[in-house]
Design a protein around this ligand. Sequence first.
Ligand SMILES: Nc1ncnc2c1ncn2[C@@H]1O[C@H](COP(=O)(O)OP(=O)(O)O)[C@@H](O)[C@H]1O
Ligand SMILES: [Mg+2]
Length: 168
Amino acid sequence: MTPILGPDSLEVLSRDADQTRRVGALLGQLLRGGEVICLDGPLGVGKTVLAQGIGTGWGALSPVLSPSFVLVREHHRASDSRRLLHVDFYRLEDPQEARSLGLEDWLGDADTVVIIEWPERATAILPSQRLWVRLDFANGDRRRLLFTAQGDVYFPLLRSLRRAIFGG
Ligand SMILES: Nc1ncnc2c1ncn2[C@@H]1O[C@H](COP(=O)(O)OP(=O)(O)O)[C@@H](O)[C@H]1O
Ligand SMILES: [Mg+2]
């Protein structure tokens, strides 16, 4: 794995699903609430695997699953009353439907972390400040994860994530 230096982006090359899960767990440990994390990339690339890792690191008591027919799943943890919402817009029929979920109340809420798969299907409801993660297929099981701070409030998070993954 090689880091790209810069305040607004971080690239990670993951070898396998476990490594993607571990990167997610390091990110999950850093989340305090209020973060919105968009997972963007083709079907089967590992968005849910990364979300599972984030859930583990955050301390979710229930496993983060592929939501299939459920658009939103809510997770809790033992240490406090904060929540983690895992949203999957894969089956969103119409961007307007996203509004009917009432997610706007949770996006940016200080006690809530929101992870969104297929965020580009509901851009209208996304806050302008978010951590954007682009996942792409590389050779074999490898995946390229590109974390981009969209909004400078995510610079410190990205810096901490870089330190957690690569040390230093
Ligand atoms: N490096 C990797 N990172 C993440 N997933 C991987 C990797 N290599 C293989 N896989 C496999 O790819 C699949 C990713 O599935 P999933 O996370 O559900 O994709 P998505 O949510 O993007 O549609 C899983 O079967 C996982 O085991
Ligand atoms: Mg998925």
